[in-house]
Design a protein around this ligand. Structure first.
Ligand code: HEM
Length: 443
């Protein structure tokens, strides 16, 4: 801390001007300033004409996300996501969020998640047929594209059920494929993505007409859209409007697709760079016969889960969390006035040597006793924490473990590119270039 800052009631100033999360170099700059200023500092956000406080102290992260969460809203920082999901659950605030959360949380309960096990395993197995072809022909597999398409298929089938195939055969193509085909996440993409709302509306209308014809009450079709259409707010018995349903379907797709795909992409990349980890994973999946797809059976794949947890530590797709305080608070001993924007980066805290020995090393054994193995529980926050933490955490972890189990039993991937991977921190943290790998059949 500079001598002149010591008497300042505000945290040290990085004397930098940038809108955290809105510039392509945000993460690189945060890493640089973090190395200089430590657990808390300020940068000036020119577009908002205010300071942003960047916090990397786990106790303070706990305070903001959990123990004093009532004093915080999501605030700014999700503007780019808002363009995609309207007023869906990821970005909404206050009473609107509470209602959405009440109505949607049951969809992600363990007993509901388990019902999607067969769907996930089926998508995985079908896609692996393509891996077998690549292994035979020697053609490279674009793992980034593959994990993106696989995760998209899972989230779309879980959301729309049989209506996905109806939509695709009616249109002659999958309108949602733009999520895997386009890598830009700019205004043009947002516009095209929002246009997809009309297809979701057509599905809703068709289902409503079917219910009317049958003279029955709205039934839950077993997929997420069906569950949302059947959900009634327990406070006033109301159903979601078409607009709300569309925004929530968009939210689930945005929240569940790219995040899961990015983690699986990192997993495959990291495995290819760490043969000892790969061998240990193979040893586990080779001897494990899943008796069924219950969550507890899949959770028994201990090392598989450690690999996933460690990949998310090094490459958390949601690399920054944003909150704004409603009333003044005290953070790391500094007075934060009402309206202060507080940004926390899972990427930075999860690589902090104060909490993680040799943080740059890929070592899944750190998680031998689960996700609580970190020195501080709040030094590991890939799914955030507190009331706004990821509702899809159980589903995502389950999906990734099932994919990895089937894929690692059958195949080994070898990276066709050399040198370190450059990362790109936009809405999500992703590898800048697609990962290309050769595919070898195992056993
Ligand atoms: C590895 C995959 C995933 C990661 C790393 C991830 C991460 C996150 C994080 C960090 C948040 C909270 C942001 C905050 O605190 O401001 C969040 C929220 C959310 N996630 Fe996930 N997510 C993943 C997969 C999924 C999946 C598969 C779904 C659903 C299918 C999903 C649905 C949601 C929703 C609806 C929210 C908003 C919750 C709320 O505000 O109440 N996520 N996710």
């Amino acid at each position: 801390m500079a001598a002149s800052d010591r008497d300042d009631p505000r945290p040290p100033c990085a004397h930098a001007q940038f809108d955290v999360g809105e510039t392509d170099d945000s993460l690189a700059r945060m890493i640089e300033h973090g190395a200089e200023f430590g657990d808390i500092y300020r940068v000036h956000a020119p577009s908002h004409k205010s300071d942003t406080w960047v916090v990397a102290d786990p106790e303070t992260i706990k305070r903001v996300l959990v123990s004093n969460h009532r004093n915080y809203t999501i605030g700014r920082g999700l503007d780019r996501v808002r363009l995609l999901v309207g007023n869906g659950i990821i970005v909404s605030e206050g009473e609107v969020w509470k209602r959405q959360h009440r109505m949607m949380q049951p969809m992600f309960q363990r007993s509901r998640v388990e019902r999607f096990g067969a769907l996930i395993a089926d998508v995985s197995r079908r896609r692996l047929a393509g891996w077998a072809e690549k292994a035979a022909s020697g053609e490279l597999l674009n793992v980034t594209r593959e994990t993106s398409e696989g995760a998209l298929e899972v989230v779309l089938r879980a959301t729309l059920g049989a209506d996905l195939d109806r939509l695709v055969s009616g249109l002659g193509a999958n309108p949602f494929a733009l999520l895997t085909e386009e890598s830009a996440r700019d205004l043009r993409f947002a516009f095209r993505f929002r246009q997809l709302g009309r297809h979701i509306e057509a599905v809703i209308t068709r289902r409503e007409a079917a219910v009317k014809d049958a003279g029955a009450a709205a039934s839950d079709d077993g997929d997420w859209l069906g569950m949302m259409m059947a959900a009634r707010d327990r406070s006033d018995g109301s159903a979601m409007s078409h607009r709300e349903l569309i925004d929530e379907v968009m939210s689930i797709i945005v929240a569940g697709h790219e995040t899961t795909a990015a983690v699986l992409n990192s997993v495959w990349y990291l495995l290819s760079q760490h043969p000892q980890v790969e061998a240990k994973l193979h040893a586990e999946v080779d001897v494990s016969v899943l008796p069924d797809l219950r969550l507890t059976s899949v959770a028994a794949l201990k090392y598989t889960h450690q690999v996933i947890l460690e990949a998310m530590r090094l490459y958390p797709p949601v690399w920054v969390l944003t909150r704004r305080c409603l009333h003044a608070d005290r953070l790391v001993g500094y007075h934060a006035p009402a309206g202060t924007d507080v940004f926390m980066s899972p990427y930075i805290v999860q690589r902090d040597p104060q909490h993680w020995p040799e943080p740059e090393q890929f070592r899944p054994e750190r998680f031998d006793s689960g996700a609580d193995s970190a020195a501080h529980r709040f030094a590991y926050i890939p799914f955030s924490a507190g009331p706004r933490h990821c509702v899809g955490e159980t589903f995502a972890t389950y999906e990734m473990a099932i994919h990895l189990y089937h894929a690692a039993r059958g195949f080994r991937l070898r990276c066709a590119q050399t040198g370190p991977r450059e990362m790109e921190a936009r809405i999500n943290l992703r590898m800048r270039e697609d990962v290309l790998m050769s595919v070898e059949r195992r056993g």
